[in-house]
Design a protein around this ligand. Structure first.
Ligand code: NI
Length: 175
């Protein structure tokens, strides 16, 4: 397994719209394993392929308390959504920045597993929020896009400053 480099905002490669996965081969399995390792190493609870500069529709997440239940969603599609929930989100690609984002409270998702088998799930809570955040990544969208232009400029400035004084860590949920 190998740890992958995570792209950081405002890197334009994060704006790429990912393409569907067609080949469920050993290379895909390796990518999934590497993404899970990278997510755990970075102490995130979700990671989309876009963030590691692979522009395929796949994401991993683990919202379990002990971080021992990794989940893989390949070619995920939201088929239903209802309600609204607001949560403070962070992102491995936007380090040190947290902001409230409103998303659907309950969703239904269809996806494929690493062998290509189709499955469907109904999700709520952090699992639903994380999945919506990661699917946004696959569409080239970041959680800071939901903020006002003024707030987004503040985020960009804060990130520049942070990079100059690197090494700060934060313990909230990173998706
Ligand atoms: Ni993210």
């Amino acid at each position: 397994m190998a740890k992958l480099e995570i792209l950081e905002f405002p890197d334009n490669r994060l704006r790429t719209v990912a393409k569907p996965v067609n080949a469920f081969d050993s290379a895909l399995g390796q990518l999934v394993d590497d993404m899970i390792e990278t997510m755990y190493f970075a102490q995130g609870i979700g990671l989309a392929a876009t963030q590691v500069n692979v522009h395929k529709r796949l994401l991993v997440l683990d919202v379990s308390e002990k971080q021992d239940q990794p989940r893989v969603y390949i070619n995920p599609e939201l088929t239903e959504s209802e309600g609204t929930e607001t949560c403070e989100e962070g992102c491995l690609s936007v380090p040190g920045i947290y902001a409230e984002v409103s998303r659907a409270e309950r969703i239904r998702v269809s996806a494929q597993d690493r062998d290509g088998n189709l499955f469907e799930e109904e999700l709520d809570g952090m699992h639903a929020i994380c999945l919506q955040h990661e699917i946004d990544h696959l569409n080239g969208k970041l959680f800071v896009d939901y903020l006002s232009p003024l707030k987004r400029r503040m985020v960009t400035k804060k990130l520049e400053k942070q990079r100059k004084t690197a090494g700060q860590k934060n313990s909230r949920a990173l998706l």
